[in-house]
Every structure is written in C-alpha cells, then in structure tokens.
Design a protein around this ligand. Structure first.
Ligand SMILES: *Cc1c(COP(=O)(O)O)cnc(C)c1O
Length: 395
C-alpha cells in the first residue's frame, strides 16, 4: 500500500502545512472531506465513470517500434496520457477535485496556471459541473500561452493577470493562495500538481495514481511481467507520482524521475530542483526548492513550461531520500531531439515535458537488454508546444 502522510501531513521530513492562520481551518475541512470521500466506494465509482466517458480512460499502452533504443530490441512502452481529453494527465486530477468541491457544497473554483494546461483542465471541469472558474496566471505566461488563454475563456473561465515577481507560475500560485484566503467559505482551490500544503500532495496523488494502476495491469497482461524501469518527467511531480505509486512495492522495478536540466545542470539556467536545490518551504510545504543562500527563490529555465518550476512535491523529496526513486536531468537540446524522433519515427508528437522522459528512456535502453522492459509516462501531447518547437526544429 502506498503510504499516507502522517497526521501532520508529512512524508518523512517533507510536506506539512506552512500557511497563514486563515487557511488552516479550510485545509482541515478539505482534509476531512478528502479522507471521507476516499473511503466511499460511490465517490470512486463516479470518478471512474467520468474518466471513462468524459476523459477517455483507460488510456492505451503502446510499444514504440522505431524510436531509438526500441531499435536495440529493448521494448519501450509508452502510457498514452496524451490521448486524454484536453491532452494530458492533468484532467484526472481536476475531475477528482471538482467532484470533491461538489461534495463539499462549494460554489466556485479557483486555480493557478503556468503554461495554461492546468487552467484549461480546471476550466473544462468548471464548465462540465457548472462551477464559475477564476484562473490566476502570470503576465509573462499569458503572453507566451495566448492559445490556452483563449481556450480557458471559451470554456467560460475568467483569467486574471498576475503582475508581481517574475510574473510566472510561482507568482500566480502566491496570488491564488492570497485570493483563496479571502473566500475560503464558498471557494475550492484546485491545485495542479502534488505540491502545496497538506492534504494537496496526497490528494492529487490519489487522483493521479490511476495512471500507474492501469499501466501496471496493462503491462502484466501484455508481457506477463513487470517493467524493469519506469520513467516519468518531474515538474511539480504529479504525473510521475501517479505512475510510480503502483510500483513502489515492487523492489525489482527501477523508478526514474526526470527533471529539466534546461541549458545544462551547471549552466545556472535549469529547473532541476532535486538535483540542485536545497530544503526549504515553498507554497505551503517543506520540500526541495531552487533558492540562493538567503532563501530567495531562484529564477528557473526549461524549454518546457510545465517543468519550469522552482519547487517539487514533498513526496518526491521523500522518495529521493529513501533511495526508492532516482532523479536525473535531461536538457533542452536532448528533449527537443526526443520530441522530433518520436514525431518522425512513431507518428506521435509528445509534449515537451514528456519528451524529457522519452530522452532518458533512450539512454536507458542502451544499458538494457531484451529481458528488460522500459515503461515511459507520456504525460501529454505536443500541440501546445508547436510554436516553441517550430523555432528550434529545422526541417
Ligand atoms: C503540467 C505538465 C507536466 C508537469 O507537471 P507534473 O505535476 O510534474 O506532472 C508534465 N507533462 C505535461 C504534459 C504537463 O501538462
């Protein structure tokens, strides 16, 4: 059984609740509602019915045929979260949180977003369930992600520009917490990854673990054995946790979390929080943070907006400390090459985030043999990244 955090919301020494007093009661209420719902089979029945009919689950498991490494006769399987409605794993989580909001009698959803994917996934469930949605987004991101802003508005959400700091995801998250503190009574804050104060990291994991549960069963059914290696990209860490959770109790399965090494791990321009960060508090929990000696949060860089975040979920900090998961970095150049290879050799355009995991799988395949089986979480599709990629991938 995957572990629940302790009574104070900690995974080992990571997690907890570092929030202003006004939010404590709201988090207590949310924790009680989540634990109650998780013990209710009817809640899960409704959740899985929506994932089936609205999201399109189970997502397929596909064996790559021509991608590098698949050449070397090492099967590389991809879990196709790119086939989900709205194009990534994020919808699994927003469906779960919207159901919880309904169960709690909340009237409105708010969310932060960086690249806009979580904003779109929240606006989508807002429309489906009839909740008004307010999305907080940095000014810089609003400019970079104009298409997603348009989609959110089309879905009926209001998008609020956040001007402070670097005007990106970190600042949008601060603003969403600030707004939530002013309206906790009737408003549900939908967080987009396994980050934030307890119970969010645990709750979001429970809504994403469907990825690994399906993939584990699909792999066993098709190959009669478990994968030797499981690979997933890590931004805040939700698609990775969702995949890893099903394999934590299988010691023979090696787990790899891939962070964005940006312009290179030693370049000073990356988002490799576990590789380069130190223990600190960001957005309500204790984990690893990219920060300077004074605790000032560093600017990050990755070609993929979804990995461009200076924090990481507390359970990942714990899984690294325990040695169960190994965290590695893949840089912008290698991620772009993997995206291009997957597009041209497989007919699948992955998200830039997912391309980090694919790139590492190709490296792993060189060290593995025919008895091995590499499972990659393809967290999303690349349509959103076409503008970005077009600048870099020549014909
Ligand atoms: C948001 C996003 C990520 C990064 O978020 P995690 O919480 O680390 O999963 C990865 N892939 C895609 C496609 C995304 O949209």
């Amino acid at each position: 059984m995957p572990m629940r955090p302790d009574a104070r919301g900690y995974f080992g020494e990571f997690g907890g609740r570092f929030v202003p007093e006004v939010l404590v009661a709201a988090l207590d209420e949310l924790e009680a509602a989540a634990y109650d719902a998780f013990d209710d089979p009817e809640f899960w029945q409704e959740y899985h019915a929506i994932l089936r009919d609205f999201v399109g689950r189970p997502s397929p498991l596909y064996a790559l045929e021509r991608y590098p490494g698949a050449h070397a006769r090492v099967p590389i399987l991809i879990k196709r979260e790119d086939t989900n409605h709205t194009g990534a794993h994020k919808i699994n989580n927003t469906v779960g949180q919207a159901l919880l909001a309904k169960r709690m009698g909340k009237q409105r959803l708010i969310a932060e977003t960086g690249a806009g994917q979580h904003g779109v996934a929240t606006a989508t469930v807002g429309a489906k369930f009839g909740f008004p949605v307010d999305v907080y987004m940095g000014e810089v991101d609003i400019e970079r992600q104009a298409l997603n802003v348009f989609v959110m508005k089309l879905l009926g959400a209001r998008v609020h520009a956040v001007g402070g700091g670097t005007r990106t995801l970190k600042d949008a998250t601060n603003e969403a917490f600030r707004v939530w503190a002013s309206c906790v009574e009737d408003t549900f804050y939908v967080i987009g990854s396994v980050v934030g104060a307890h119970p969010y990291p645990y709750m979001v994991r429970e809504f994403q673990k469907v990825i690994g549960d399906e993939a584990r069963a699909q792999t066993l059914q098709r190959f009669g054995r478990l994968p030797s290696d499981v690979v997933a990209c890590v931004g805040g860490g939700s698609n990775a946790i969702g995949m890893f959770t099903a394999f934590l109790d299988d010691p023979e399965v090696r787990l790899w979390g891939v962070e964005a090494a940006g312009a290179g791990l030693t370049s000073g321009r990356s988002a490799a929080t576990l590789a380069l960060g130190s223990v600190g508090v960001l957005h309500g929990s204790r984990s690893y943070v990219l920060q300077d000696a004074n605790g000032q949060v560093s600017e990050t860089h990755s070609i993929s907006a979804g990995l461009d975040y200076p924090g990481v979920g507390p359970e990942h900090a714990f899984l690294r400390a325990s040695g169960r998961v190994t965290y590695v970095g893949v840089d912008d150049v290698d991620a772009l090459a993997a995206l291009r290879d997957c597009a041209r050799l497989e007919g699948i355009v992955p998200a830039l985030e997912s391309a980090h995991a694919l790139a590492y799988a190709a490296q792993l395949a060189q060290r593995r043999g025919a008895d091995d089986l590499i499972l990659v979480n393809l967290s999303g599709r690349g349509d959103k990244d076409i503008g970005q990629v077009g600048q870099h991938v020549a014909d």
